[in-house]
Ligand binder design. Structure first.
Ligand SMILES: [Zn+2]
Length: 278
């Protein structure tokens, strides 16, 4: 499809892009008990891949892919098996974070996304700065960034299953808008949380600068802590709105019974709620 690329602005063939990178869905499928994905808001549907949208040209897509591949290799895959102990705040990691955050912010500003009622994206946001950084038109880009790698979970108490599933097997992208304190892109990948400040400008009061690890948003600061906890719970609830049907549960149980070896070795077995295991 010929169109205007939303990143470089050139008229070119527009390809379908994922917001959450494809390697995440591939890992979720591979490490699952059934070999399928099930969207949180529609658990009865088995899917092979995550959503994608026609937004960018192949050249820009390749630009995103380059840093996705580096992040997958240096951080994601090692972290999934508990072998990523420290993150060197490399330019590559930052480019991945800005890339995924820009794509989501850009999706929110496109016709493919409807903002929640009452939400508007302020005009002087970071969208243009991030675009110029991704296209190497500027070399410095300084939003507040928060990147957290969750440690592997101990046995979960039953009532926390939904939160655990969301944090360890879920994918999510949303705008986090703590009351009048700014706007952030929030990305949840399995065992990884990314938050990047969109507004106010980078020097805003929610950004703590820690020279050793790059620019960090301190989510434990009293101004953000409570808002963030409420926000995560609201996301967990939104993504658990759909309840799995008995037919779907039985289908999953049958798949598990057929290949108990795969299930035991799978990541799914650590976080699957009891209803799937009867
Ligand atoms: Zn392009």
């Amino acid at each position: 499809m010929l169109g205007k690329c939303r990143l470089c602005g050139k008229r070119a063939n527009i390809v379908k892009s994922h917001i959450i990178p494809k390697f995440v869905y591939a890992w979720l499928k591979k490490s699952s008990a059934t070999g399928f994905l099930r969207p949180g808001d529609n658990p009865n549907k088995r899917v092979q891949d995550g959503p994608s949208y026609p937004l960018y040209c192949a050249e820009c897509e390749a630009l995103f892919s380059k840093y996705e591949n580096l992040f997958a290799k240096k951080i994601f895959y090692p972290h999934m098996v508990g072998k990523c102990k420290t993150i060197d705040y490399l330019d590559d990691v930052k480019r991945f974070i800005i890339g995924i955050s820009w794509r989501f912010l850009d999706l929110c500003m496109s016709d493919f996304h409807t903002l929640e009622s009452g939400v508007t994206i302020p005009k002087n946001n970071a969208h243009e700065e991030w675009r110029n950084y991704l296209l190497n038109r500027i070399s410095v880009c300084t939003p507040g960034i928060y990147l957290n790698l969750l440690s592997d979970s101990p046995n979960a108490a039953n009532e926390q299953t939904k939160l655990l599933w969301y944090s360890y097997r879920g994918t999510d992208a949303a705008l986090f808008i703590p009351s009048s304190k700014g706007m952030f892109v929030y990305i949840q990948l399995p065992k990884i949380t990314i938050i990047v400040s969109v507004f106010p400008a980078p020097t805003g009061n929610v950004v703590d600068t820690q020279p050793s690890s790059g620019e960090m948003i301190d989510l434990n600061s009293p101004t953000l802590r409570d808002d963030f906890a409420d926000f995560v719970i609201s996301r967990v609830n939104i993504l658990n709105e759909g309840n799995p049907s008995e037919e779907h549960l039985e289908k999953v149980r049958r798949t598990i019974r057929k290949n108990r070896g795969r299930f035991k070795k799978s990541e799914t077995s650590k976080y699957l709620s009891e209803e799937y295991l009867k």
